[in-house]
Design a protein around this ligand. Structure first.
Ligand code: PEP
Ligand code: MN
Length: 295
């Protein structure tokens, strides 16, 4: 099988994000935290910022459990335009307060190029949601922003298209990009999306960018989140994006996939056993893929 060389051919045209012998990894630095340097970075928090109490309670609990970054949507892209759309700038201010109180860095979504400046004032990482992966006006605006970008895979996007969008951001001037596998739409309905974990070793092989996994949107099922988080660690993800809430059943959005504070703590303890199994992707042709070639 010639999978590996096909991959290199397919992806190498995205020259700013493709892995080469000279450029094997991008390491993103946020204060003392590094993403893509071998440590497993966990971003956790509610789907949406709902109130000061909800956010601060979550932030303190996820920090105590070992999370590194607080997530929380202030601008929410919803499946229905009639659902709660987020607290907007008020939500950004609450995230910033939570950073002051816990020391956690902040990741939050930006949906429109017009909001890039205001979100960048508060966020440490700018999240591009699945519905925005092909919003090129937004991607270009993020090229001029001095914050790392977490780019989620479009729910019907090929990995090639994900890397194309990453290339757009890099070409527009921002090389600090984290890729995120968050599940894709398939014919399966038992889970909300199909979490494509093979995307991790593929992306880590063909690109030098860090890759993280979102098992919350990837499954839509709370009980599946910890076990898919384990799997993400073992296939070489650089970290996780996970939804956590003090009262998950009452969460204003994505309740069914949201972990309680206790479940999150348990998941973090469990993960310690699995993170050491992660393969390294520091060479252009990792052993994993060399094995694939002989099949
Ligand atoms: C989210 O992270 O809350 C979110 C809306 O994710 P996605 O864009 O993957 O649906
Ligand atoms: Mn969500």
């Amino acid at each position: 099988m010639t999978t590996n060389s096909q991959w290199n051919g397919q992806f190498s045209r995205f020259d700013l994000v493709a892995k080469t012998a000279e450029r094997c990894r991008t390491v993103i630095q946020i204060g003392e935290l590094t993403i893509g340097a071998g440590s497993f970075v966990v971003m956790a928090g509610p789907c949406a910022v709902e109130s000061e109490r909800q956010l601060l309670t979550t932030a303190e609990a996820v920090a105590a459990a070992g999370a590194h970054i607080l997530r929380g949507g202030a601008f929410k892209p919803r499946s229905s335009p009639y659902s709660f759309q987020g607290l907007g700038v008020e939500g950004l201010k609450l995230l910033s307060k939570a950073r002051r109180e816990t020391g956690l860095a902040i990741i939050t979504e930006v949906m429109s190029e017009e909001d890039v400046d205001v979100v960048a004032e508060y966020a440490d990482i700018m999240q591009v949601g699945t519905r925005s992966m092909e919003n090129y006006a937004l991607l270009e605006a993020l090229g001029g922003c001095a914050r790392p970008v977490l780019l989620k895979r479009g729910m019907t996007a090929l990995l090639e298209e994900l890397l194309q969008s990453a290339q757009v951001i890099a070409e527009a001037g921002n090389p600090e990009i984290i890729l995120c596998e968050r599940g894709i739409r398939t014919f399966e309905t038992a889970t909300r999306n199909t979490l494509d974990l093979a995307a991790v070793p593929v992306l880590k092989t063909v690109s030098h960018l860090p890759v993280i996994v979102d098992p919350s949107h990837g499954t839509g099922v709370r009980a599946l989140v910890p076990i898919m988080a384990r799997a993400a660690a073992v296939v070489g993800s650089d970290g996780l994006l996970v939804e956590v809430h003090p009262t998950p059943d009452k969460a204003w959005s994505d309740a069914a996939q949201t972990l309680s504070l206790e479940d999150f703590d348990e998941m973090m303890r469990d993960l310690r056993r699995y993170v050491p199994f992660a393969p390294a992707f520091d060479i252009l042709r990792p052993q994993l893929l060399a094995t694939g070639e002989t099949q």
